[in-house]
Design a binder for this molecule. Structure first.
Ligand code: GLN
Length: 447
């Protein structure tokens, strides 16, 4: 703990941590020491973990990096975090992110931007930018993020670490401040596959507080990391032909596919005619869900309340106008529009239908193949401000991550070399629902 506290201090300018739990982390460390001496410590004894600022932790503030939650302190602890604490992990602090998880560069945070430790003029990715940089810069062993459309995998790719999004429903969402409830997943950043697998096997599993959490049993992923078979791998033609794809990322992805072939695995190209529809589907459905989820922040129950109100209605309006950032307001407006009576069928219902097509295509493909491989992102980490005036250019950064989110299947981003500027490149591996054990084993083989 002391080692990480020192690193956090020397690298404070990266702005990864919003709050460091120095005293409680040191106290927890003492307790774990005593348990270790007695021989009754848990499976994560002493593992130092940082948590994204959208996860509630009793007695601590949680802001979702929004002014509207300033001063909000949770009365309960996220189930996933409680399970880590029960195994004697040490929670060292809370990590910066895009406001309510909305963004791909961590530039939409009320706590300010996070710097990429590989090049401080570049973004760390988002929305879990602080969680990615915390692992990249050695400020904790493992961190928790959330992935609604890529917010663990994309920043992992931009910072050169491992980022895992499990199957939707594999990890309880109880305690996670909702962005888009039918997409949100708690995910993990780590330097090694083994750490990632170990933390996942502890967080995963049914939770009576989240009725959508799966009752399927959880296997010990970290003990099943040996990969001893021949894999059947698909890659989607359109993903590698996209004009948005940076040539070095394409080259490094093809190099992995060639290497797999040379090692005797089956690698086949598959057509994916739905690629163009994925981003619109994702952004219609997530804005719709978020406009509904964020209606609870009204100045009455949580956090910030405007001091400028003169009646109840102006209290609601001014609190929300002053409390939410620009991107969040944009999404609430888009979401309200696509759910409005005259446009519901044209947008929301249509997007639900397309979601089903994408999900069916992906699951069917994953019945025929063990894995789909593609780049995690079309580009490596870009410079601050490069996309901030252009929301659509920012949304395009999510081109490859949203398929797994729309389909609910697990996906991982693994480091796959660097570009000419020395910026990390990510490789994404996707497999069918609840096959986390296979995904971790193959990832272990690839890294
Ligand atoms: N960048 C995507 C968005 O802004 C993904 C965010 C996320 O996964 N939380 O919606």
């Amino acid at each position: 703990v002391q080692y990480y506290l020192n690193n956090i201090q020397t690298k404070a300018h990266l702005n990864a941590f919003v709050e460091v739990y120095e005293q409680s982390a040191l106290a927890q460390a003492d307790l774990v020491d005593q348990k270790l001496a007695k021989g009754n410590a848990g499976k994560l004894a002493g593992m130092v973990i940082g948590i994204k600022d959208v996860l509630c932790y009793a007695g601590h503030e949680a802001n979702a990096s929004s002014k509207i939650l300033k001063g909000f302190e949770s009365q309960f602890t996220t189930t996933a975090i409680q399970r880590l604490l029960d195994e004697d992990a040490i929670i060292i602090g809370r990590l910066n992110c895009d406001e309510f998880g909305m963004g791909s560069s961590n530039e939409n945070s009320a706590h300010g931007k996070v710097l990429n430790a590989a090049d401080e003029n570049r973004v760390p990715g988002g929305s879990s930018g602080g969680s990615a940089v915390a692992v990249q810069a050695n400020l904790c062993t493992v961190s928790l993020g959330t992935d609604t459309g890529g917010s663990v995998r994309q920043p992992a790719a931009f910072t050169g670490v491992i980022g895992m999004k499990p199957t939707y429903s594999r990890v309880s969402r109880w305690g996670l401040i909702a962005y888009a409830s039918s997409f949100d997943c708690i995910g993990i950043f780590s330097q090694t596959v083994k750490d990632n697998a170990l933390v996942m096997e502890i967080m995963a599993g049914h939770d009576e507080y989240d009725s959508t959490s799966s009752r399927k049993s959880v296997v010990p992923y970290s003990e099943l990391l040996h990969f001893g078979k021949k894999a059947k791998v698909a890659y989607l033609k359109e993903t590698l032909e996209s004009p948005a794809l940076q040539p070095e990322i394409k080259a490094n992805t093809l190099a992995v596919l060639e290497k797999l072939k040379a090692e005797g695995h089956t690698v086949e190209e598959v057509d994916f005619p739905l690629l163009d529809y994925i981003l619109p589907t994702y952004y219609i459905l997530t804005t719709a869900e978020s406009s509904s989820n964020l209606s609870r922040f009204d100045g009455v129950k949580y956090g910030y309340r405007t001091p400028n109100a003169h009646n109840l209605e102006s209290m609601y309006k001014l609190t929300r106008s002053e409390g939410f950032g620009e991107e969040v307001k944009r999404r609430i407006m888009i979401g309200t529009f696509v759910l409005s009576a005259s446009y519901h069928d044209a947008y929301f219902t249509k997007a639900q239908q397309v979601r089903r097509l994408i999900k069916d295509f992906t699951e069917n493909l994953l019945n025929d193949f063990d894995y789909i491989i593609m780049p995690t992102t079309p580009t490596t980490a870009f410079k601050f401000g490069e996309h901030s005036g252009d929301p659509v250019a920012m949304y395009l950064e999510d081109l490859y991550t949203v398929q797994a989110s729309v389909s609910g299947v697990p996906a991982i981003s693994l480091p796959n070399g660097k570009d000419a500027q020395g910026m990390p490149i990510g490789l994404q591996v996707i497999c069918n629902s609840f096959k986390e054990a296979d995904l971790y084993a193959f990832s272990n083989y690839l890294t």
